[in-house]
Design a protein around this ligand. Structure first.
Ligand code: B16
Ligand code: MG
Length: 210
């Protein structure tokens, strides 16, 4: 039985993955690297600094710690510009319906995101009131696939991992949920979501399951 659902943010609740891609693409271009949508798949669910390390590796470019810090600020500025106009219209299909259904059924709701921008995104999209626990990139030390983000969520929700269900759009997130001992449903394409208990195209499919 599922007593709590822990949502990933980017790519599950909100359509922000595309803006991460655009901002990284712009940064990679400045580094002389042509960053593809295939590369981007490997950055999903991965922290900001680890994403930059991967791009630098692919580009074959070395930077000092100070330069990396500047690049991260730049990427985030571009990303924030791109999400400036974010509104409830950017909620992914079925997400609002599912949040409402879970609340109605008394199933606890948590957020388990790697993003340091998560709170701003939840505010802009108007869904903060649904959450019983909010775990984001500001309170987590270890990136997905480490299970820390989801285990922290379960602790705040006071639900044992075996009764938690994670919803994820990234392979790193599926692996993190598995490592936490939780059930996990992938949102997106099966080829990017190995090890999920189930893969759905969008959250709307899940509304009737609760
Ligand atoms: P930020 P999620 C993740 O969010 C994104 O999937 C990933 O692409 C991003 O690098 C990471 O957050 C950090 O985001 O730069 O906003 O702190 O999918 O775990 O909700
Ligand atoms: Mg995600």
């Amino acid at each position: 039985t599922v007593k709590a659902v822990i949502f990933d943010l980017d790519g599950v609740l909100v359509d922000t993955a595309i803006y991460h891609f655009q901002a990284w693409h712009r940064l990679a271009e400045d580094l002389g690297y042509s960053f593809s949508i295939v590369d981007n798949e490997q950055l999903k669910g991965v922290s900001r600094i680890e994403s930059l390390e991967l791009i630098l590796k692919w580009a074959g470019v070395e930077k000092s710690e100070a330069e990396k810090a500047d690049l991260l600020v730049l990427k985030n500025q571009w990303y924030l510009e791109l999400i400036e106009q974010l509104s409830p219209d950017h909620l992914l299909s079925g997400s609002l319906e599912l949040l409402k259904k879970l609340q109605e059924k008394g199933i606890k709701i948590g957020l388990g995101s790697a993003s340091k921008n998560a709170m701003g995104i939840l505010e802009k999209t108007g869904i903060i009131p649904y959450f019983d626990a909010l775990i984001d990139g500001n309170v987590v030390q270890l990136s997905k696939p480490n299970p820390e983000v989801f285990l922290k969520g379960a602790k705040v929700l006071e639900i044992v991992p075996a009764h938690c269900l994670v919803l994820e759009d990234a392979q790193a997130g599926i692996d993190a949920a598995r490592a936490a001992g939780m059930q996990v449903i992938g949102v997106g394409l099966e080829e990017h979501l190995k090890g999920a208990d189930l893969v759905v195209a969008d959250l709307g499919t899940l509304v009737d399951k609760f």
